[in-house]
Design a protein around this ligand. Sequence first.
Ligand code: ZN
Length: 197
Amino acid sequence: MSDLNIPDLRNKGDVCWFASYGRSQERETCPVCFGKLAVTIILGDDSAVETKCEYCSEGFGPPRGTVQTWKSGPTVERITIAGRAIEDNDGHVEVTYKFNMSGSDCCRSYRTARPDDLFDSETEAQAEANRRASEATREEFEMSLRRKHTGQTDRTYSWGVGYHRNEAKDHRRQAEYHEQACRVCKDRAKKAKGGKA
Ligand SMILES: [Zn+2]
């Protein structure tokens, strides 16, 4: 391998920035109990009952105070190269870097990156991650149009706009309904508190 001339090869221990776009699972504070693990329900006679939060309970397990959500978007991580592999397929050289999963020092939980995923600065990595995100969004949008309207290429874009407008309207309507439902509960809770004091 030593006779292969690869420019800008990174070494074990090098610190750099990893740019990616994708869906990732994250845990965030439960939007119902706000991490308190319990919620208070106001009954019809305005008496308050505390009960465990069902929203952040997984299966029959106890509430966790956090929920798992899917996030998609550009991500940039500061990583340390843990190793590399160089493969030479008849002159076509491929370099793969290994790095630890974030927050893990365990040598068995490696992730891999290609040279064009790695950057010297956070700014460069962020620009690349953003570029991949907008490309992926455009591709997903075009693919959804093709799926829905195969063969009607001249109509797909306007159809797409209508579809998204409709969806947005529908989601706004739903958002209003859910906001309203929460507001009603809050008002009731306030009244119940005021009544007892
Ligand atoms: Zn909860």
